[in-house]
Design a protein around this ligand. Structure first.
Ligand SMILES: C[S@@+](CC[C@H](N)C(=O)[O-])C[C@H]1O[C@@H](n2cnc3c(N)ncnc32)[C@H](O)[C@@H]1O
Length: 408
């Protein structure tokens, strides 16, 4: 006889449940209840009735338990199906996530969820690591950008400082160049000298206008005309010329007016002005007239004519215009102009020396020019004329010389 084991009993119950036997249990329970009624009422056996009621209750319990078991079984099947579909999806996801899969052998028919989860975990971990690597690389790029920006800023500041230093050094550097420094010094000296000259000339002009009360227009000083310093010294020299001596001038203009004024103030004597230009002679006469000085001046139009002196040819004032002159106390040589020929003023001393009074003053203008300086030097060196000239002084651009009669 076969032994009944708990495992065999459980199998039998499963078979019973799967056989839908439990669908009969409610009917059997109803039958048992009906039998219990019959036993109580028909047979008058409450004990049998109670037993049958108990059996009906047992059958109801079996039916309920069976139905419940069936439900659980169905739920289990559905869970199996869901798991299978999850596994399929997981496999597909793993295939997509895997880096460029080499042709792999067909997936094992029944993959284990563990390795899959482990693989997913590893991939998440790998993703997190890669994310951190990317973030670190990004932070590194930002750090390098900062370093680069700092380096660029430093380089910019360094170059700006270089340019600033070069610019600062440039000005003084250029000025330190010897030629430029020398040129600058020369220019400074020239400007200073011109400035001082202007002050001195202005001072002389003020001085002149204190000596003479002027109520009419005077021809201008400076430029073609004698400068105020020259005019002032000529004025003084002309004032000192004795009344019986002459003041003679070669080249008329502003100086003629001031010389005549000096003679007027001195109360005697005459001025003779030789002028080669007829029109200019008339202008000078007009200026003299305007100043009320016509009685003191004789402006002579003296055309130029050729003259030979020591083997050299010149063009000078016509002899007829000056040969009557004698006892010259002051001779101012300011013409003819250089435009008429080289050393145009040279003949003045050789031709008029015999007419100079002892102690006369000879003034040669424009000796800032080498040509005029050379003329003055040749006069000083003249040993044949009846007078000897000596260097007295240079005032502004005029050389004042003293004439002495040679003894005998
Ligand atoms: C140096 S200027 C004589 C200036 C005169 N001693 C004076 O102080 O006004 C010599 C000659 O140049 C001529 N001259 C004068 N002023 C001139 C002018 N502004 N332009 C051109 N020639 C002039 C005249 O013929 C004059 O005789």
């Amino acid at each position: 006889m076969a032994r009944t084991t708990p495992r065999g009993l459980l199998g039998s119950v499963r078979s019973l449940v799967r056989s839908h036997w439990h669908h009969l249990a409610p009917l059997l329970a109803l039958g048992a209840l009906a039998a219990a009624v019959w036993a109580w009422v028909g047979e008058g056996s409450p004990a049998l009735a109670a037993l049958l009621v108990l059996q009906a209750a047992l059958l109801v319990g079996v039916a309920v338990t069976g139905a419940r078991s069936l439900t659980i079984l169905r739920q289990g099947r559905r869970a199996d199906q869901r798991l299978a579909s999850v596994l399929t999806l997981s496999r597909k996801a793993a295939r997509r996530a895997a880096p460029r899969p080499a042709p792999t052998p067909a997936a094992p028919p029944a993959p284990d969820l563990g390795p899959l989860l482990a693989s997913l975990g590893m991939q998440r971990l790998d993703g997190a690591i890669r994310h951190e690597e990317v973030m670190e690389a990004y932070r590194e790029v930002v750090r390098r950008q900062d370093v680069l920006a700092e380096g660029l800023q430093r380089e910019k500041e360094r170059r700006e400082a270089d340019i600033r230093r070069a610019l600062e050094a440039w000005g003084p550097g250029v000025l330190r160049a010897p030629e430029l420094q020398a040129a600058e010094e020369r220019l400074t000296l020239l400007v200073n000298r011109k400035f001082e000259e202007a002050i001195t000339e202005n001072d002389a002009l003020i001085n002149l206008h204190r000596l003479v009360e002027v109520h009419h227009e005077l021809p201008p000083a400076g430029g073609f005309a004698a400068s105020p310093r020259t005019l002032l010294r000529l004025f003084s020299a002309a004032s000192e010329v004795p009344a019986d001596r002459l003041v003679v001038e070669c080249g008329s203009g502003t100086s003629t007016v001031w010389l005549a004024e000096a003679r007027r103030q001195a109360g005697g004597g005459h001025v003779v002005a030789l002028e080669h230009d007829e029109g200019y002679a008339e202008r000078t006469r007009e200026a003299v007239r305007r100043s009320g000085l016509s009685a003191w001046v004789d402006v002579r139009w003296a055309p130029l004519e050729p003259v030979e002196i020591d083997g050299s040819s010149y063009r000078w004032y016509a002899r007829s215009t000056w040969e009557d002159l004698a006892g010259i106390g002051l001779l101012f040589v300011d013409g003819p102009p250089g435009s008429v020929g080289p050393r145009s003023r040279h003949p003045a001393f050789p031709l008029l020396a015999a007419r100079l009074a002892d102690g006369a003053t000879v003034a040669l203008d424009d000796v800032q020019r080498p040509a005029e300086r050379a003329i003055g030097q040749s006069w000083l060196a003249d040993t044949t004329s009846p007078v000897v000239l000596t260097d007295h002084e240079v005032v502004g651009r005029t050389w004042f010389l003293r004439a002495e009669r040679r003894p005998g």
